[in-house]
Design a protein around this ligand. Structure first.
Ligand code: TYD
Ligand code: MG
Length: 464
């Protein structure tokens, strides 16, 4: 076997024959590291082999495919929803997240429920007794998972060969290594090589493979590009402001949606699913009639969630007034402030504007625009909005209030949680009337920002 040196960027995975201070691919500095790869007859360059199990030839589209995908539910509702009902035989999933977030715990819980099939849990980070101990602590001591504490790729492949599991969990992809490669475990070369070997082994047996990966300080999985495009599904595990809350998102999903989120809480008995999420992000609703507060209903995937927008408008002490936002795009805030200035004839140039989405969600749904605008005006006027009302609608540059997707679901959720009225756009309200209302919320309508402000706060003169 011949050995050859190449240089690989530890950030983007680009391979170059020569060393350079800056990666020609992603332009990061000092990220190229030497790697020795095997070339020659005895060991063909593995990475260049095709990833699919067998060449499939050509077929007419109409004749290809066939039976619907077999779904294997993991039994964890929040995870299954994200996966589109469950995992598919041969699916390779990457579960990424910072250390300590709960990846091992989640996988152990999922593995226990999948244990009707043969499940192999390979832990490269913890000893067998540590894994068993944790399983016992979260009440999974008796399930039929097979454990292995192994970090060498060839050994893991041997175990796969002899045990023939239907589900494999590798915890974590950064701890496995192949001894022929010079880089240490966790380098891009090792991660890529090991992941693709395991992927091939799993796909050829129609086994489901979960790869657990730590994200680096910069927030990316080591060798992100290489892993993200070889796996079928990338799940990202994050914590939000509230320490115990864990949010699972699908960043890529070959067999299901990417818009859903899964919510969990870390307890002493492992991760608990948060099923009733809609009020999780509302601050205490009792003392709610405060200036600067507006509630909206956002969609995370298909799930309506009530969110509280908080705004603070104060006289500025800076030459350039400050605008900051947490939980929403600050550029969107700039646009909304400009729309308010134009259409309400307000001037915010002597005022700082701070906006916060309570609870730590990061929202992209434009339907919260109306709540943001009204929270800002409410703070500026120092007048509270009706606390039992929700505000839903996108605000356009011309000041008009637009529609919002799945309006009926949003309204139904607001009603269920105890809100009594909703202020929405004129057109959205007309759609509802046409379709026949199915909630008893009192619907107020506004075609544009001035009408919305009048409906919500009355006609009082604006101070700015
Ligand atoms: P872990 O699953 O080991 O995280 P990761 O694999 O992503 O590194 O979870 C680690 C944290 O979760 C650790 O700080 C302890 C906490 N934890 C609980 O609070 N309750 C539990 O039942 C378990 C198993 C862990
Ligand atoms: Mg772990």
């Amino acid at each position: 076997m011949k050995l050859k040196s190449v240089y690989r960027c530890q950030q983007c995975g680009l391979e170059t024959p020569k060393w350079a201070g800056q990666c020609p691919g992603c332009e990061a500095w000092n990220t190229l590291a030497e790697e020795v790869i095997a070339v020659g007859k005895s060991k063909p360059a593995r990475a260049s082999r095709p990833l699919a199990a067998a060449p499939s030839g050509v077929k007419k589209l109409s004749e290809a495919g066939g039976a619907a995908l077999e779904r294997i539910p993991t039994g964890i509702g929040e995870l299954d929803r994200l996966l589109g009902g469950g995992v598919v035989p041969g699916q390779v999933l990457l579960l990424a997240g910072p250390p300590g977030i709960g990846k091992s715990t989640l996988m152990l819980q999922a593995a226990a429920r999948l244990a009707g099939r043969k499940v192999l849990y390979v832990s490269g980070e913890e000893s067998l007794s540590q894994v068993a101990d944790r399983a016992r602590r979260i009440g999974l001591g008796e399930c039929g998972i097979i454990l292995a504490s192994e970090t060498e790729l060839d050994r893991i492949l041997e175990i796969l060969e002899s045990e023939r599991p239907g589900v494999v969990v590798l915890d974590s992809v950064q701890t496995v290594y192949r001894s022929e490669l010079s880089g240490g475990p966790g380098t891009v070369g090792q991660v890529r090589e090991c992941a693709s070997e395991l992927l091939r082994a799993a796909k050829s047996r129609d086994a489901v493979l979960f790869l657990l990966g730590h994200v680096t300080k910069e927030g990316s999985v080591a060798g992100p590009k290489v892993l993200e495009h070889i796996v079928d599904t990338v799940l990202q595990f994050d914590s939000e402001e509230r320490q115990q809350l864990r949010i699972l998102r699908a960043e890529k999903n070959r067999f299901g949606p990417t818009s859903e989120i899964g919510l969990f809480e870390m307890t002493e008995k492992g991760l608990r699913e948060v099923v009733d999420a809609s009020t999780l992000f509302l601050e205490d609703r009792q003392g709610a009639a405060v200036p600067g507060r507006a509630v909206s209903v956002t969609l995370e995937g298909s799930r309506p969630i009530l969110v509280e927008v908080q705004a603070l408008v104060t006289s500025t002490r800076y030459p350039l007034p400050r605008r900051t936002s947490t939980g929403m795009d600050v550029n969107r805030l700039f646009v909304l402030i400009a729309a308010l200035e134009k259409h309400l004839r307000l001037r915010f140039d002597a005022y700082d504007v701070y906006v916060n989405i309570a609870g730590g969600l990061r929202l992209k749904d434009p339907a919260i625009d109306l709540a943001v605008c009204l929270a800002v005006v409410s703070s500026a006027r120092d007048a509270a909005l009706p606390p039992d009302r929700v505000f839903i609608g996108e605000v356009g540059l011309l000041g008009e209030i637009g529609r919002a997707g799945l309006m009926r679901n949003r309204l139904r959720e607001a009603e269920r949680v105890g809100f009594r009225s909703a202020l929405i756009g004129e057109r959205a309200a007309a759609d509802l009337t046409k379709a026949g209302a199915d909630s008893s919320l009192h619907i107020l309508r506004a075609a544009n920002i001035p009408e919305a402000v009048e409906a919500a706060l009355g006609q009082e003169k604006n101070p700015c």
